[in-house]
Design a protein around this ligand. Structure first.
Ligand code: TXA
Ligand code: MG
Length: 310
């Protein structure tokens, strides 16, 4: 724990100087900077090669801190009490008095916010005077990293520091809900839609692709491993990796298991790591077995569909 605390101190030192730092979260790793600082936030876009029109998620320690910047409502409180900290992002209205940098939101009047659960990032957030703007720590359109080493690999020396908080337990990005009026899911993610519906006591619409580029899910090609990928595959071609959910009797070097027991949570956690491993091994394409389209399986299928557009 002592070395974790000294690492947190180092991260804080860089962040206070308006530098970017790689941060752990339970969903995926982020590329963080002071959300109140124009200079700091601009560095995120530059490092990530991200279009300025795509706003960032801001990470808070708790609801008290959030209230300085955003209006909340009854649905928000219900979901906050049940799921936060955790893998859900809320779109809320910004207060006029907010200190959030205009570049964080691309001059929008709304803000996407979340409360990450990973212990190391929570400890860091509790020690800062500002929330952290952080997109996933991948280069634009690539796969998100789920460990500190991959973040270092993505940015090399351009990124001064990565705070190690272990492997991301969920392995897929947060679920984004626009909660301002009648709730709408803008991106499938680590928290299942049905769980959100149960707490709110109502059905939620899915608004992916309704407004052009208003949310992450909008980019058709995203989360890409950099080689062709096809879904619902039963077999593989030569030089193609086959990604599986259930143990097969036959052994084959082209088989890659997300899980051997059809456990979709485990599959989600392993997805990005396995896709990356396949690419590194030199396979020319990826075939993925059919993934059941419920619970977290919906999120896996969403990511695979976008990866398949490569
Ligand atoms: O799990 C996660 O959400 C990770 C970790 C690091 O927290 N973050 C993440 O950030 O996935 P990013 O930037 O890769 O994806 C967030 C998406 C953006 O692509 C953006 O389109 C959407 O959230 N977003 C941000 N602000 C928004 C807003 N005000 N309204 C609608 N969508 C927004
Ligand atoms: Mg991302």
């Amino acid at each position: 724990m002592k070395s974790i605390q000294s690492n947190i101190k180092i991260a804080k030192k860089y962040l206070n100087k308006d530098d970017c730092v790689g941060i752990p979260t339970e969903t995926v790793y982020g590329l963080a900077a002071n959300a109140y600082s124009n200079i700091a936030v601009k560095k995120i876009y530059k490092l990530k090669k991200r279009p300025k029109s795509n706003p960032l998620i801001v990470h808070y320690y708790n609801i008290q801190n959030l209230k300085k910047d955003c209006y909340i409502n009854a649905d928000f409180i219900k979901l906050y009490k049940r799921f936060c900290p955790g893998p859900i992002t809320f779109v809320l209205n910004l207060k006029k008095s907010t200190k959030i940098s205009k570049f964080t939101t691309n001059f929008k009047k709304t803000l996407a916010v979340r409360f990450p659960k990973n212990k190391v990032i929570r400890s860091l957030l509790s020690k800062l005077d500002y929330p952290l703007a952080a997109p996933s720590a991948n280069i634009f359109k690539n796969i998100s990293p789920v460990n500190a080493k991959d973040v270092k690999e993505n940015f090399g020396k351009k990124l001064r520091y990565v705070l190690d908080g272990g492997r991301s337990k969920i392995g897929l990005e947060s679920t984004i809900v626009d909660i301002r009026k009648s709730p709408i899911i803008l991106r499938y993610g680590g928290l299942e839609k049905s769980k959100i519906e149960r707490i709110l006591g109502k059905k939620i619409k899915v608004g992916i692709n309704t407004k052009k580029n208003s949310s992450p899910g909008q980019f058709k090609v995203h989360y890409s491993p950099g080689i062709p990928l096809r879904m619902n595959a039963k077999n593989f071609k030569s030089n193609e990796a086959l990604v599986l959910l259930k143990k097969r009797k036959k052994k084959h070097s082209n088989f890659f298991y997300l899980t051997k027991t059809n456990n979709l949570k485990e599959a989600a956690k392993n997805l990005y790591t396995i896709l990356k491993r396949i690419k590194k091994k030199g396979y020319r394409s990826i075939a993925v077995t059919k993934i059941p389209n419920f619970g977290i399986g919906q999120t896996i299928n969403d990511r695979l569909k976008r990866a398949a557009k490569f």
